[in-house]
Design a protein. Sequence first.
Lengths: 649, 147
Amino acid sequence: MPYCWMGTDLEVDLSCGTIEKRAGDAGLVRDYLTGKGAGAKILWDRVTPEVDALSPDNLFIISSGILTGTVIPGAGHSTVTYKSPITGIYCISNLGGFFGPELKRAGYDTLVVSGKSPTPVYLWINGDHVEIRDASHLWGKDPEETRQLVRQEVKNSRAQVICIGLAGENRVYNATVEHGTGDCAGRGGTGMVMGDKNLKAIAVYGTKDIQMADRGRLFDLSEIILKKLSGNRSVIVENSAATYYRTGIRWGDFCNFSGERGPELEAQIRDMKRKASDYMQQHRSREIGCFNCALRCKHEYRNPDSGYTFLKCAPYYPAICTQVFDPAFSVQFYQICNKYGLDIYAAGNMVAFAIDLYQRGILTKEDTDGMHLEWRNPEVALALIEKIAKREGIGDVLADGTYRAARRIGKGAEERAITVKKMDVYMSGLMHRHHIAFMVAHNDKADLMKLEGSTFSVIMHLPQEAREAYVREGWFAYPKELEKYLIEGTDETHTPPAEAVCQFKAHDLEQFALADATGICVYYMHFWMYPAISRALLAELLTAATGMDIDEAEATRIARRIVNLVRAYNVREGLRRKDDIDSIPKHVFERNPPAPEVKLDRDVWNKLTDRFYEIRGWDKEGIPTRQTLTESGLDYVIEDLERRGIRAS
Amino acid sequence: MATRKIKYINIDADKCSGCRLCESICSASHADPPYSLVNPGRSRIRVFRDEDNDVYIPVLAGPYTDVECLGRNTVMVKGKEYGECSFCRASCPSRDLFREPETDIPLKCDTCESINSEPLCVKWCLSKCLTFEEVEEEVEEETPAAA
């Protein structure tokens, strides 16, 4: 039996109110680890194409990573896996904070919630004692209140709670599962799935030991990570969201904002950078970390009259979506989204979409209950969010997400919806370069999150010297064979060579799979400019912690197995090449970029896709080949696909 | 006058990020065998967190007591009332804090003396909330108690 593994899974069927504890399968842990791997396997086995995302048979799977809760810094994450009501395909949301480690200490690696309760309930997991409790009195309460009330009721202030807000209760498509201090399983409609099951909250507490295999080694490796986190870096990347947005403007692509995009807007964003830093100095009260994490990426802001708000990075996103360049408004925006349990990025996109439609005359005062939707108006933006969460008036239409709302509204609204595979896009302005757009199109979750700061999108564009120093100092987290692409850098049009784009994308999927299966935050493995854990180091950590013999090649094999299983799942749901390549909003292809950059070209795009599929071992349609699946030990996938008439070549 | 070394772990609660890395490393380093497990329930430092009120206070395990307090006081922090147990260092029968799960053996911070190390919670605290200080203090020579 692997160490770090609790060996028990918990399944709660809300339809019949049964609670079942099942012995886990050590063989599966060896093949898939836990977290993303376990989630993908359960989803493949049980949530087939016949199961609608909003049927009781859809599962809500929370699985802690195999390293979650150990002494390794950054190993505190868990994943929520489900079929997304928004995209209709596989979806995973990463949950930081403290829930994953606590679930493990309660004795469970994975919690599967199935069925649908007739009345609102919450789940109380106190070690071996598991209980389904009535939650009718919690219905309508915001996440903060819910958390406090649940903790009072279970008489344990150290219990970790996740819950939905009003948005989840009202089956808003972009509802989140909130955990507190800004942690949530946000993108993809987690909150809607939970709300659809009438599950208001899950509270967990445990005092079991999490065992580790090789004692001294794991401690030494962890100290290396801490040293890297606190160490000096000679390559300092001047990087901020402001830079991205300014580039975005030059590309003439700015969410739904259709007004003047000249130097004036650019100046406003530059000004926002100063305002944001002033605001931060004045109001930021603390930097908060997730379990075992010394990075402290969550910033807590004290509001004069409304408690505390948590946000990461700089508060640019709401500003861009609404054209209100005021950090105080941005903080308010985040706060109201947290209060209703609503995905901040989708909320921004929906608000921008609604204002855009109104400005174009597609929506009128009659549709908006007399509200005049305009840019640069903070009240309008906040009122819209409230309407969405409560499904009132125009909010009821928008609550279905931009993609579905556009189809309900019609009259050309479809052209203005900025979505990727039906999901509201976060910061569409970032898709200005085709290699970034390519990354988004081929993500297994249709999302831009965590691409904007990665080695590939940031470090690739540094001067030669800095790139070399970056590799020399050991910050390059990908396998060694990719180093040469980073050293090579971009050409005179700021574009990396096609081969580099495809290789990095292919490895990105693996890197994410490993991060989510081990429970290590992607900040440590990929996303942040200075990832402290390379794949080689991760393999060492896995071996030292679990006692399983996993070298870098084996870690890569596990990652590929997960990536291919997820791809096969989506293929089984009907996803093909055209869904990948046509997923990017049309206007991205139509823009004329400023020199020296070049326009995104359909031919190039197709060639990139071919090569990417080839590296991944997928055929031209994006279906994993028979050989790929067999190599990954996924013969059962071949059989299932064939039974359904999908032939892997 | 004789002197003796006093070890201090100082806490600057304003800097605490609430990450509980100190709990993990404490429970791991004091485990038997060392680093065989992580369990905050076995840690000799616990972070009291009230994330909705911005209260994060690391509490180091203090002395064992076999009776609980008779009266209970309350503490007001940032306009919110807490029971004094929240910040109390004692291993006491009224709660399971600072007692090993299952065996109930009381736990007390030994500034990592028992594992021959500098205090690891301090070493691992990258937010510098915990700092370590060794001070030579003068002590009065012990005189036999008067009969």
